[in-house]
Design a protein around this ligand. Structure first.
Ligand code: GLA
Ligand code: ZN
Length: 681
């Protein structure tokens, strides 16, 4: 792949400009002690590098770069364009963002630029050019890191964005008549006669704050979803504006920008096509199950169809932005680091190198704490990890995960579901994805998270929870997948609408009706304290219970060829199908007409995995995660024990080398609490 990405990179964001020069030598000394081999800089240093429009000052950065070079520390060179200097905001006030309330911001914070502002584009392009020219020949330059966490706070809703939105719409729809048709503009007299009449969907226009419980409601879904698409595209244009400059100078150095996992405002699948190496910032908090970061790692790996990614940021210990910023317990940082590698990461990087002295992140952990040395609990853990990663060398780098299961995930679908007024405001897309993901996760079965547009042919099972918005091509690719023997599992509120959130007429679930062999006559929403029952008709050995609980939504289903595997157990639709299976070609399409309890999911998944002979590597145990990465003819099996007790594991036939200590093991092994084994065979 990329020649310079030949080891696991260990280090993090380095902000030497926040410190006196006298500290830099000490930084290097500590980096060496920790085996740090890469740092990212200068992420937020635009103001320092460019004191005025005419003047650039790279002298300090040159010194740091030189120091790093002399000490063989690689550089992930960041363009500092996430925080424009104050003078720039003053000189070009149009550069500042206008929020959803219609308030034009003044200078402050970061990522507060209007993505469609031409001065921002010009000046961010210019500083990128200067940096690319200056640093293009550095032998230790391994990657470009553009800006920082695009879209972290808010979209922009300014007049300039409104103008750009109109152009974007013109390009997408061609004529105002077509736009009216696609948006169903006859509704509430929204018909437009001129592009100029179109406003952006803010609290001043179409969006009603918090009308859907915690969520905003829109009066006009077609427009709201398109605005998200447009904003995602606008930030992408900012990114590409810098990438173009960089590629002129260093066509072979990979380019990235740091993603935020499941970050709703930006369509990462769409962006992934333009990014060489996906990287992301992982901040799981103590009270979250480890399946959450696992799923996000799998999503990041899925963006580029299995290509390994970079863990660009994590916290060595506590963060500063939670209500209670709990410490990471002993061993947790190391476990989370290996979890990232287990799911496809080829780097372990932190925010940040030295804990800041002032401003809002001063109580956010860093590698070097305020105490100034590494003789601390976290410091010792970091030292051990650095040594271990160095020991792993390039063994696992570039290795891939072969999953037989895929889960579909789609940003416009997410936007559409959560803009939807009805059927149930508690329906949240990620909740549903997580539920299905966890069923596989608990069984130690690897899942690729893919876009509906991706090739399905390598999979045995494809799950598409609440795939509400379905493109024609998706419907036919899923049909092909099932015809040729695949198992497709989908749920209530799927196959309902086209890309503009217009209902596919003729009976739900429009796009999947034929495939699923059923139609949904009514969709019932349950009050939060209400449940129904899934009563099994078909006796699968894996289904441990006769009845399971369900909630949220219940579809009233009429089968049209599908077999009823379970029915509802209550209400006037008592006895109507809650779980169906339709044979289609050589495969099956399964419909779950409600939100089932977790046990149901797990049992059902067990059943279909067995049918497809998909097995976990070892017998699944609570609190134990297992993944496998493969390179050439070598397999690396990661077994992580998150429990507070040791576990014993029966390995399949064969001899394995534990890469973390060189021991050759086989048969029954014991894995201590909070320990990871990386077994090569
Ligand atoms: C994000 C940012 C960093 C820092 C961390 C704190 O990931 O990219 O600059 O603010 O959050 O958790
Ligand atoms: Zn704007």
């Amino acid at each position: 792949m990329f020649e310079r990405l030949s080891k696991i990179f260990y280090g993090g964001d380095y902000n030497p400009d926040q410190w006196d020069e006298s500290v830099w030598e000490e930084d290097i000394k500590l980096m060496k002690a920790l085996r740090v081999n890469a740092v990212t800089l200068p992420v937020f240093s635009w103001a320092r590098i460019q004191p005025s429009e005419e003047k650039y000052d790279f002298s300090w950065l040159d010194k740091v770069v030189d120091l790093l070079g002399r000490n063989s520390i690689s550089i992930i060179m960041a363009t500092p364009t996430a925080a424009q200097p104050a003078w720039m905001s003053k000189k070009y006030p149009e550069m500042l963002i206008t929020d959803i309330q219609g308030r034009k911001h003044k200078h402050g914070r970061r990522v507060n630029f209007c993505p469609n502002n031409t001065d921002y584009r010009r000046l961010s392009g210019l500083i990128t050019e200067k940096m690319a020219q200056r640093y293009k020949d550095l032998p230790n330059l391994i990657m470009w890191h553009i800006c920082n966490e695009y879209g972290i706070y808010s979209y922009c809703y300014c007049e300039n964005c409104a103008r750009a939105f109109r152009i974007w719409l013109k390009n997408r729809y061609g004529s105002i008549e077509e736009l009216n048709r696609r948006w169903n503009a006859n509704f509430w007299g929204h018909t437009y006669y001129n592009w100029e009449e179109i406003e952006v969907p803010s609290y001043l226009t179409e969006i009603m704050p918090s009308w859907l419980g915690k969520k905003d409601m829109t009066a006009f879904q077609g427009m709201a979803i398109d605005y998200n698409r447009f904003m995602s595209d606008s930030y992408l244009d900012c990114f590409l504006n810098e990438v173009r400059v960089i590629k002129k100078h260093t066509p072979d150095i990979p380019v990235t920008t740091n993603f935020m996992g499941s970050h709703k405002p930006i369509d990462y699948f769409d962006w992934a096509k333009h990014i060489d190496v996906i990287s992301w910032d992982n901040y799981p908090t103590n009270n979250l199950p480890v399946s959450k970061p696992a799923m996000r790692h799998d999503l990041m790996r899925g963006l580029k169809k299995g290509q390994p990614f970079f863990l660009m940021e994590q916290a060595s210990n506590q963060v500063n932005w939670e209500p209670q910023n709990a410490l990471k317990r002993p061993g947790v940082m190391r476990m989370l680091s290996y979890q990232a590698i287990a799911h496809g990461a080829d780097s372990i990087l932190f925010f940040q190198w030295r804990q800041t002295r002032g401003a809002c992140e001063k109580y956010h952990s860093a590698i070097v704490p305020h105490a100034g040395h590494l003789n601390t609990r976290t410091g010792r853990e970091l030292t051990k990890l650095g040594k271990e990663l160095e020991g792993l060398g390039k063994k696992t780098v570039g290795s891939r995960i072969n999953s037989k299961v895929a889960m579909m995930m789609d940003w416009p679908n997410w936007w559409a579901i959560e803009f939807s007024a009805g059927p149930n405001e508690d329906l949240l897309y990620l909740d549903q994805l997580e539920k299905y993901y966890r069923a596989f996760y608990d069984l130690n079965i690897s899942v690729d998270i893919i876009n509906p547009s991706y090739d399905l042919s390598g999979y045995d099972i494809v799950v598409a929870p609440v795939l509400y918005m379905v493109m024609k091509e998706t419907a036919s690719s899923v049909e092909k997948f099932v015809e040729s023997g695949g198992i497709f599992i989908t749920t209530f509120f799927s196959g309902m609408v086209d890309e503009n959130d217009l209902v596919i007429l003729g009976g739900y679930p429009g796009a999947f009706r034929k495939l699923l062999g059923l139609w949904v006559e009514e969709i019932d929403a349950l009050y939060p304290d209400m449940t129904n029952k899934i009563v099994m008709k078909e006796k699968f050995p894996e289904m441990a219970k006769k009845e399971y609980e369900c909630r949220l939504i219940c579809d009233v289903v009429n089968t049209e060829g599908a077999k009823t595997l379970a029915v509802f157990g209550k209400d006037y639709y008592n006895g109507s199908p809650s779980l169906t299976e339709n044979e289609f070609g050589k495969g099956k399409a399964v419909y779950i007409a409600t939100e089932p309890e977790d046990d149901f999911m797990k049992d059902l998944i067990k059943h279909y995995c067995k049918e497809k002979a998909i097995h976990s590597f070892i017998r699944p145990q609570k609190g134990v995660e297992v993944t496998q990465r493969v390179k050439d003819d070598r397999t690396f099996t990661f077994i992580l024990n998150y429990n507070s007790e040791e576990i014993s594991v029966a390995l399949p036939e064969g001899k394995y080398t534990n890469l973390l200590n060189g021991a050759v093991v086989s048969g029954e092994i014991t894995i201590p609490s909070k320990e990871v084994f990386i077994l090569e065979n």
